[in-house]
Design a binder for this molecule. Structure first.
Ligand code: 3HC
Length: 694
C-alpha cells in the first residue's frame, strides 16, 4: 500500500490499481482530497496497472465540493479540473465505485471515469441548485450528454438524488453491484474492461443526446413555463437551464464549459448563493446543542401516544407511522376519533408517496382509543395536541403523570402556552418538553423543540434525534409566548394590520411581501386559512375590519370572498368592498389615509422581526442567530435565498442599520419599535448578527 497523502491511498489487486479516499465525514473535495486524487491518478498511471478503480471509505462516495472552502482563500492545490483531466485522459480504464451519495463535484468526478459501478442503495445527483449554484466542474455539459436534455433539466433544477437503479436505467451507472460487495464488483468490472479491451468512454465526446435537442428551443421554453412558479425569485435554476442550453448550442464541449464557468462565477459571487450556503450549515448547526454531547444516550421510542385526532394530531401521527413507529391516538368521543382516523386514511391514499402495501402498513400502525389509561400504559412518548387552553392541558398532564410508565416523554404541541406551568402539574417535569409541529404536520418540515426549565438533557437529545428520523428540521427554543416562530410573526402581523389602517391596501402589503419572496402575504394567508378562525358570530359587532368582513359572510376563500374577491378558480382580485370597509374605519378613527411606499411596507414588516429575533437571542430563547433563520425558512416561508431574518439583517448592513431604522420608527410611532438592548450592544461592539453563535 502506498500512502499518497493523509486522505488517499494507492493499493493493488492484480492488474488493478485502487485509489481509496478516506476524508470523513463525506469525502468532500477539499484541497487535500483533490491533491490526493491528482497524485493518486498520477501514480496509478505511471504504474504497470492496467486499470484504475476509485473507491471511498466511510459512509459515502464523494458528496461534492467542500462547501466550507467556498469564498475562503484557496490553498495551492490541484484543481478539480486537473483531477478530471487526469481521469478522463487516462490511457487505462478508470472505474468509479459508488456507495452512499455521489453528489455535485462528486458526481462530476465520477462522470470523468470511463465507467461507473454502484450499489443499489447509492444515490447520484447534482444538487448545487439548492446552494444557489450550478455544477461548476463540467457537470452541466456531461450530464445531458448521458441522460438527455429533459432529464438533465429536471435533475439539475430539482437537485434530486437519483437512486442507483434509476441511474442505471438512465445510463449514469454502468453496472449495479450487490449491496456490500462494491469493491469486488468494481474490480471484476475493471478486469473485464481489460480482458475485453473495452473502449475508454469519454462522456465529453459523445454528442448524440444533445443532437436530439438541437433546433428544439421549445424544450427549454416549455420547461421554463412549466416551472415558473417553482423557480420564482431564485437565480440558480435559470442559470442551470442556460448551461444545458449552452451544451446543446455550443460548437464544442469546451465552448459549453466556458459558458458554465461564467454562469457559475456569477452565482458564486452573488448574494443568493451566499444565503443558501449559509443556510446549508445553519440547518446542520441547529442540531448541535451546547452542553449536550452528540453521544448523549437517547430514550428508545417504539410507541407514541397522541391526544387529539384533529388535523394536528392526525398529521403528527403520520410522521411516526411513516418511519415504522406504532401510534395510538386518543379522543374523548367515538365520532371525532373515527373522523380523524378516516382523514388519516384518505390523506395516505391521496398522497400516493409510498407503494400500496407500504401505505397499508403505515395505516395499520395507527390505532385509536377512547381511554388514555388503556392506550398510554406502555407508550414511550405522548404528544398532546388538543386546543390551546391551559386548564385543559394541565388536566391532561396530571393524568399522563399518573398513567405513563417511568421515563416516558410527555410532550405538548402547544404553539405558545407556558410549558413550565404545564410541567408543574406533574411529578416529573424533567420528562416534559414542547414539540411544536406546524400545520399540516405531515408536510411541514419545521419542528420547534421547546426546552422547559426542568427538561432533561436526554429528553432533548431524544427529541432532536427523533425529529431527524421523522424527516423534520428541528430547532431548540425556549419557553416564551409564541416561542421563536410565532413571536416573530406577531411583529409582522401587527405592522401589516397597522399599515392597512394607515392607508395601504391588503393587496399592497401582500404584493410587497410576495415580491420579497414569501409564498403569500398575510392577508392572502388569512383568506386561505379562513377569516373566521377564532371569530364568534354572536359576539361580533363590527368593531374590526375582520368583524365587518365576516359579518358580510366574507370569511375567506371558502366563501368566495375575504379581504379579496375570488373568481370560480379561486383567483384573487382586490376588492372594492374591502377597500370601502377599510376606508370607513380609517375615517372613523379620525386619521387621514396616506400613500405608503413599498419600501416603507417592507421595512415596517421586516425590521421589527429582526429586532424581535435579537430580543429572543438576548433572552436565551434561541441558541444562535442561525436557529432563528432555520425556524423562519422552514416554518414560515422566508425565502431561503435571503437566508432568514437574521442573515438578512446582516445583508442589509447589520445591527447598525437595523438599530437606526428601529430608532427612527420608535421616534415616529412609539414603543412597539423599541430597539432590543442587545442590538445597541452589538452596534457598540461592532459585531454582526452572525456573531450571535450561542
Ligand atoms: N462540504 C463540506 N461539508 C459537508 C458537505 C460538503 N459538500 N456535505 C456535507 N458536509 C458536512 C456537513 O456540514 C456535516 O457536518 P457536521 O457533522 O459538522 O454538521 C457532515 O458533513 C454530515 O452531513 P449531514 O449531516 O448532512 O449528513 P447526512 O448523512 O444527513 O447527509 C449528504 C449527507 C447527503 C451528503 C448531505 O450532507 C448533503 O446533501 N451534502 C451536500 C451535498 C452537495 O450539495 N454537494 C454539492 C456541493 S457544491 C459542488 O459540488 C460544486 C461543484 O459543482 C464544483
Amino acid at each position: 500500500m502506498t500512502e499518497i497523502n493523509a486522505v488517499t491511498t494507492l493499493t493493488r489487486d492484480g492488474d488493478v490499481a485502487i485509489i481509496t479516499l478516506n476524508s470523513p465525514p463525506v469525502n468532500a473535495l477539499s484541497a487535500n482530497v483533490r491533491n490526493g486524487l491528482f497524485e493518486g491518478f498520477k501514480a496509478a498511471g505511471a504504474s504497470d496497472a492496467k486499470a484504475i478503480v476509485l473507491i471511498c471509505e466511510g459512509r459515502t462516495f464523494i458528496a461534492g465540493a467542500d462547501i466550507s472552502e467556498f469564498g475562503a482563500p484557496g490553498k495551492p492545490s490541484a484543481s478539480l479540473f486537473d483531477v478530471q483531466e487526469m481521469m478522463e485522459n487516462s490511457p487505462k480504464p478508470v472505474i468509479a465505485a459508488i456507495h452512499g451519495t455521489a453528489l455535485g463535484g462528486g458526481l462530476e468526478v465520477a462522470l470523468c471515469a470511463h465507467y461507473r459501478v454502484a450499489v443499489p442503495s447509492a444515490r447520484l445527483g447534482l444538487p448545487e441548485v439548492a446552494l444557489g449554484l450550478l455544477p461548476g466542474a463540467g457537470g452541466t455539459q456531461r450530464l445531458p450528454r448521458v441522460v438527455g436534455v429533459e432529464t438533465a433539466l429536471e435533475m439539475m433544477t430539482s437537485g434530486r438524488h437519483v437512486p442507483a437503479p434509476e441511474a442505471f436505467k438512465l445510463g449514469l451507472v454502468d453496472e449495479l453491484a450487490e449491496e456490500g460487495k462494491l469493491k469486488e464488483a468494481a474490480l471484476a468490472f475493471a478486469n473485464k474492461c481489460v480482458a475485453e479491451n473495452r473502449p475508454l468512454v469519454k462522456i465529453s465526446e459523445n454528442n448524440t443526446k444533445l443532437e436530439a435537442a438541437k433546433g428544439h428551443p421549445e424544450i427549454f421554453a416549455n420547461f421554463r413555463k412549466a416551472n415558473a412558479r417553482k423557480f420564482r425569485g431564485f437565480d440558480a435554476p435559470e442559470a442551470n437551464i442556460k448551461c444545458i442550453e449552452a451544451a446543446v448550442n455550443s460548437a464544442t464541449f469546451e465552448e459549453g464549459l466556458k459558458a458554465e464557468r461564467t454562469l457559475f462565477g456569477g452565482l458564486m459571487s452573488g448574494a443568493q448563493s451566499a444565503a443558501q450556503r449559509y443556510y446549508f450549515f445553519a440547518e446542520r448547526q441547529a442540531n448541535k446543542i451546547p452542553g449536550i454531547a452528540d453521544d448523549t444516550p437517547v430514550r428508545p421510542i417504539n410507541k407514541v401516544g397522541i391526544i387529539g385526532a384533529g388535523t394536528m394530531g392526525g398529521g403528527i401521527a403520520m410522521n411516526f407511522a411513516n418511519v415504522g413507529i406504532e401510534v395510538v391516538i386518543v379522543e374523548q368521543q367515538q365520532a371525532p376519533l373515527d373522523k380523524g382516523l378516516a382523514t388519516i386514511r384518505s390523506n395516505y391514499e391521496r398522497s400516493r408517496t409510498a407503494k400500496p402495501e407500504e401505505t397499508a402498513k403505515r395505516i395499520g400502525l395507527i390505532t385509536g382509543s377512547l381511554s388514555m389509561e388503556e392506550a398510554f400504559k406502555d407508550v414511550d412518548l405522548v404528544i398532546e395536541a388538543v386546543f390551546e387552553r391551559m386548564d385543559v392541558k394541565k388536566d391532561i398532564f396530571a393524568k399522563l403523570d399518573a398513567i405513563c410508565k417511568p421515563g416516558a416523554i410527555l410532550a405538548t404541541n402547544t404553539s405558545g402556552l407556558n410549558i413550565d406551568e404545564i410541567a408543574s402539574v406533574t411529578k416529573r417535569p424533567q420528562d416534559v418538553i414542547g414539540l411544536h409541529f406546524f400545520s399540516p404536520a405531515n408536510v411541514m418540515k419545521l419542528l420547534e423543540i421547546v426546552r422547559a426549565d426542568h427538561t432533561a438533557d436526554d429528553v432533548i437529545q431524544t427529541s432532536m434525534k427523533l425529529a431527524k428520523k421523522i424527516g423534520k428540521i428541528a430547532a431548540l427554543v425556549g419557553v416564551c409566548p409564541g416561542f421563536v416562530g410565532n413571536r416573530i410573526l406577531g411583529q409582522r402581523q401587527r405592522e401589516a394590520q397597522k399599515l392597512v389602517m394607515e392607508g395601504a391596501m391588503p393587496w399592497d402589503v401582500d404584493r410587497v411581501l410576495y415580491d420579497f419572496g414569501f409564498p403569500m402575504g398575510p392577508f392572502a394567508m388569512s383568506d386561505l386559512a379562513g377569516l373566521d378562525i377564532g371569530w364568534v358570530k354572536e359576539k361580533s359587532h363590527g368593531e374590526t375590519i375582520r368583524d365587518v368582513l365576516c359579518e358580510a359572510d366574507r370569511r375567506g376563500q371558502k366563501t368566495g370572498a375575504g379581504y379579496y374577491d375570488y373568481d370560480e378558480n379561486r383567483v384573487a382580485k382586490p376588492s372594492p368592498f374591502t377597500e370601502k370597509v377599510i376606508h370607513d374605519f380609517i375615517v372613523k378613527s379620525g386619521a387621514n389615509p396616506r400613500k405608503i411606499s413599498d419600501e416603507e411596507i417592507l421595512e415596517r414588516c421586516i425590521f421589527p422581526m429582526i429586532n424581535e429575533g435579537v430580543k429572543i437571542l438576548e433572552e436565551g430563547k434561541a441558541i444562535r442567530a442561525s436557529d432563528v433563520d432555520v425556524v423562519w425558512v422552514n416554518g414560515y416561508g422566508w425565502p431561503v435565498y435571503r437566508g432568514g431574518p437574521m442573515f438578512y439583517g446582516d445583508l442589509v448592513g447589520g445591527p447598525a442599520v437595523v438599530l437606526k431604522k428601529m430608532q427612527e420608527f420608535e421616534a415616529k410611532m412609539g414603543d412597539q419599535f423599541k430597539p432590543a438592548p442587545l442590538l445597541e450592544k452589538l452596534v457598540a461592539e461592532g459585531k454582526t448578527f452572525a456573531d450571535l453563535k450561542g
